[in-house]
Design a protein around this ligand. Structure first.
Ligand code: GCU
Length: 344
């Protein structure tokens, strides 16, 4: 297990100690409210935080006599990898993790990490809203101590670099590009010809600034909300991935809810999904505007075909390694076909 940073460990110890001192540990006891801790790695302006605050208000409105929801932004409880482990053990109740990271906990998650899995955002949203597609994946980690309860939009991932415009995969040659810590992402970079540098999200800004890496890949929000656009001036819409963020919950906690409570939590998860996705649309528009006008980022629109062809072997290798995922993969292709047709 990766060592937690000293600061993170201290913050976490303080947070958990406060809970214990105030008599509000993870176990509900009569006369005390149970604290529900939710961690994520985005800022307080981010759609994910706004969605989680709506979830907090909803749960406290419906079940406020029993639960007190606390949302911890900005990696206060650790990096995503650390937060997943804390959720697994029940040290915290929920966290938001990129689907990318979850493939190391259950290989089923590899499916949603495939580059060019979805042909456009309509197909992506429709597939992720289809529980016959998500359930087999979301429930596959129960034995590992957690399950996914809803997905959140994280847009489209694209390459951005300090000073070299990326128009074809050949432009990535020799560049060190930060990727998320997942085998699929490392392999994707190998296939595209760049040098993958896996690291946690919180480390990317400093790595860009100190030129340890030449670029990264993410949605538009990372340019503004995380300041990457202060350093990277070329953002290239190669559209290689649409990777959802996933709210995961400790399985024992979820299982311990009564049927009525669970129904209220499910409503809360839906509300979170809805608020986050609505906020996402305007947040991305604003990020793009700010990146152009205030950070001087140039947006490029390359032909995506060469990128797509280079990544195709990843689809074949996943289907070969996990033939049980083929029906779900095929169901996604149906959405791709449906939304490929011109909309009337
Ligand atoms: C996006 C995503 C995060 C993820 C980050 C990353 O911002 O929403 O969940 O951590 O990308 O690249 O690590």
């Amino acid at each position: 297990m990766k060592m937690m940073s000293r600061l993170t460990a201290l913050t976490l110890t303080a947070v958990l100690a406060l809970g214990t001192l105030s008599g509000c540990g993870n176990t509900a006891s009569s006369g005390h409210k149970q604290i529900i801790r939710i961690g994520h790695n985005q800022s307080t302006n981010h759609p994910t935080h706004l969605g989680l605050k709506a979830f907090e208000s909803f749960i406290e409105e419906k079940l406020g006599d029993q639960y007190n929801v606390e949302v911890y932004p900005s990696e206060l409880l650790g990096s995503q990898n650390e937060m997943v482990q804390l959720t697994q053990t029940g040290a915290i109740n929920f966290c938001v993790a990129s689907n990318s990271l979850l493939e190391t906990f259950s290989s089923n998650y590899t499916l949603f990490n495939l580059p060019y899995l979805f042909s456009n955002s309509e197909a992506y949203h429709a597939a992720m809203d289809d529980t016959s597609i998500t359930d087999p994946i979301f429930k596959s980690t129960q034995q590992a101590g957690f399950e996914a309860v809803t997905w959140l939009d994280a847009g489209t991932r694209n390459f951005y670099t300090v000073n070299k415009p990326i128009n074809t995969p050949a432009d990535l040659k020799g560049l060190k590009i930060r990727v998320q810590q997942s085998p699929t992402n490392v392999e994707m970079m190998r296939l595209l010809g760049g040098a993958a540098t896996p690291m946690g999200f919180g480390e990317v800004y400093t790595a860009l600034q100190s030129k340890i890496i030449d670029g990264a890949e993410n949605n538009e929000m990372s340019l503004t909300d995380n300041g990457h656009g202060d350093v990277c001036k070329y953002y290239s819409y190669d559209m290689h991935q649409m990777i959802p963020d996933i709210l995961i919950g400790n399985f024992a906690f979820l299982n311990g809810l009564s049927d009525d409570e669970r129904a209220i939590f499910e409503e809360g998860f839906q509300l979170l999904n809805q608020v986050q996705r609505e906020e996402w649309v305007t947040a991305v528009e604003k990020a793009k505007e700010r990146a152009v006008n205030e950070q001087g980022v140039q947006f490029l629109y390359p032909d995506t075909r060469a990128f797509q062809e280079a990544c195709q072997p990843l689809h074949e290798s996943m289907l070969k390694a996990q033939p049980d995922l083929e029906p779900i993969y095929d169901a996604i292709q149906k959405y791709n076909e449906l939304y490929q047709e011109p909309q009337s």
